[in-house]
Design a binder for this molecule. Structure first.
Ligand code: 6V0
Length: 304
């Protein structure tokens, strides 16, 4: 049987925690860590290797771009982290330059893997990556609003005293300030969520602003995003057909095209196999279009 390999590019808070999560859950045979800061990648690889007597047999090493050869998934978490008070879009210019170099280097050694993007602003970075690689769109996936939806489900679950895994609720759109909650379809076992408008507004505000709160408290967010990235990798590696709110290219989605946004997608070995079209209310459709327009304006302004 051929070995499964995942490469993590950018071994900072998110990259290292993601690699550690993949290691703990024994997802792959080979795990490669790449960072411009080679000492950090080397140190993390040694540290993780010392834990191997306590977990399964994963080979972990600090590598270089040639190690992308044969990788099923290449996760990019490289880039500048969001500064306190900085919006995700302020990060755009700093991260776009970093991405140019990384993608060029990956393309020299891999042309059939799946690129999973987490660096912010994730929808724009994913769109750039798709444009630059010219790979089939299903193989360029952004982590999208999977983390936001998890936060949303957790907060609803807390309010109702119900396990968040039993809450079906979606955050869609930009992973960022213009994202929106799809309250019209939120449910527990098909029953609508019994919460008043005020509580719903508070839950959504806490979801949308969670990153700001965590960053001002401890400088970065990494545990939940690592679990979200692990979830996407697992759906791919096990060919699950799982429905996950990842960022993908929209084509006439409620009139929106040519932009990456987080929406429910069927994820399997091929990547994003299918985009699911939610029956949104008029208001939600309007909000989603505004989210798309915000990102499209930004993309345009970057090209000027
Ligand atoms: P960090 O801890 O500063 O790590 C970034 C890493 O990238 C560092 O180790 C850098 O050395 C490395 N790096 C920088 N340039 C390069 C390069 N050219 N090649 C290789 N490595 C490089 O940041 P952190 O891990 O906290 O965040 C990483 C990215 O993830 C940021 O853009 C965050 O905004 C983003 N996040 C995205 C989330 C999501 O839901 N998609 C959630 C949390 C953070």
């Amino acid at each position: 049987m051929s070995k499964t390999k995942i490469v993590v590019i950018g071994v900072g808070a998110v990259g290292a925690t993601t690699a550690y999560t993949l290691l703990l859950r024994e997802r792959v045979d080979e795990l490669v860590l790449i960072d411009v800061n080679k000492d950090k990648a080397r140190g993390d690889a040694i540290d993780m290797n010392h834990g191997l007597p306590f977990v399964g047999k994963t080979k972990v090493w600090a590598g270089d771009y040639e190690d992308c050869r044969g990788a099923s998934i290449i996760i990019i978490t490289a880039g500048a982290a969001q500064r306190p008070g900085e919006t995700r879009v302020d990060l755009l210019k700093r991260n776009a330059a970093i991405f140019e170099n990384i993608i060029d280097a990956v393309l020299q050694h891999n042309d059939d893997g799946i690129l999973l993007i987490a660096s912010n602003p994730v929808d724009i970075m994913s769109y750039f990556t798709w444009r630059k690689t010219q790979w089939p769109v299903e193989r360029i996936i952004g982590s999208g609003t999977l983390l936001d939806s998890a936060r949303f489900r957790y907060l609803i679950g807390e309010e109702l005293g119900i396990d968040p895994r039993s809450i079906h609720a979606h955050i869609i759109g930009e992973h960022g300030d213009s994202e929106l909650p799809v309250w019209s379809l939120a449910n527990v076992a098909g029953t609508s969520i019994p919460l008043g408008e005020e509580k719903k507004e508070r839950i959504f505000a806490n979801t949308r602003d969670a990153a700001y709160e965590i960053i001002s408290a401890k400088g970065a967010t990494y545990y939940a995003i690592a679990l979200a990235l692990d979830r996407i990798c697992t759906a791919i590696l096990r060919d699950e057909g799982a429905v996950l709110n990842v960022s993908t290219l929209l084509k006439d989605y409620h009139g929106i095209s040519d932009v990456y946004l987080g929406v429910p997608c069927v994820v399997d070995r091929s990547g994003v196999r299918e985009v699911l079209k939610l029956s949104l209310s008029e208001r939600e459709q309007r909000q989603l279009r505004m989210s798309a327009e915000k990102l499209q304006d930004l993309i345009r302004s970057m090209n000027e």
